[in-house]
Design a protein around this ligand. Sequence first.
Ligand code: NAD
Length: 255
Amino acid sequence: MNPRYDFTGQVAFVTGAAKGMGLATARMFVANGASVALVDRDGDLAEREAERIMAEGGKAFSIACDVSEEEQVAAAVDATAASFGRLDMAFNNAGIQVPPSDAAEESLSAFKRVVAVNQRGVWACMKHELRIMRRQGSGAIVNCSSLGGLVGLPERAAYHGTKHAVLGMTKSAGVEYAPRGIRINAICPGTVDTPMVADMLEGQPDAMAGILKLQPIGRLGRADEIAAAVLWLCSPAASFVIGVALPVDGGFTAH
Ligand SMILES: NC(=O)c1ccc[n+]([C@@H]2O[C@H](COP(=O)([O-])OP(=O)(O)OC[C@H]3O[C@@H](n4cnc5c(N)ncnc54)[C@H](O)[C@@H]3O)[C@@H](O)[C@H]2O)c1
C-alpha cells in the first residue's frame, strides 16, 4: 500500500506510534515527506522505531508520553512544535482494551483505566494540538474511535463507551474549529491485525472464526489500510470533510 501525497515540510504527531496502526501511520506519513513525532508510553520501542525511520532517510523523533497524563501530553506537543517549528497533522490513536466483562460485573478500576487512556487521552491530545494549530490557523486532526464507537457488543460497555465519546468530542470540536481552518475527523477501524488483537486472541483458538464471521470482507484489516484512511483525512483531498466518523471495517458496521 503506497498512497501518494506531498506532505513535504509538514509535521505530524502520532500517539501509540510504537506499534500497530500508529506505527504504520507514522511510517506512511514519513514516506509522503512529513516529519513525524512518534509518541508512545513505551518510549524505548518508540525510540527504536524512530531510529529505524531515520536510518532509512526519514525525519522522525520519539517522545515517551502517557496520554492519560495531561502534563505529559502538553510537553510532547510543545516538544514537537519546538523541534519541527509547527504542527500540521495529528493522529490521536493511543488506546487500550480491557477484558470483556458482564456489564453487571465490570470493575471500577478497568473502567477508570480505559476512560483515562481512550477518552481523556484523546481529549488532552486534541486540546494541546489545537493550542498550536489555532495559532497557525491550519491543521488536521484524526481521532481513533472504533467500530465500537458506532455499535454496541455484549461485554464491551466500558470500551465501547470510550469510543462513542471520541466521536462526540470529534464532532463538537470539529464544528468549533472548522471556521478556524482546522479539520477534525475520526476513523472507526474494524478488527485489524495488530499486537492488540493478537493479545486479545491469545489462548482463544476458536475466537478468530467468530471474528471473521462478522467481517463481510472475510479477513482482518491491515494496519496500512487504517494508515491510508488517516492520511486521506489529513490530506487536501479531504478538504471539505469535517466531523465524520469514517468506518474502515471491511463492512462490519454495514449490516
Ligand atoms: N486493532 C483493532 O482491531 C482495533 C479496532 C478498532 C479500534 N482500535 C483502536 O486503534 C488504536 C490502536 O490500536 P492497535 O491495535 O494499533 O493497538 P496496539 O496495542 O497494537 O498498539 C497501541 C500502542 O499504543 C501505545 N499506548 C497504549 N497506551 C498508551 C498510553 N496511555 N499513552 C501512550 N501510548 C499508549 C502502546 O504502547 C502501543 O504502542 C487504539 O485506540 C484501539 O482502541 C483497534
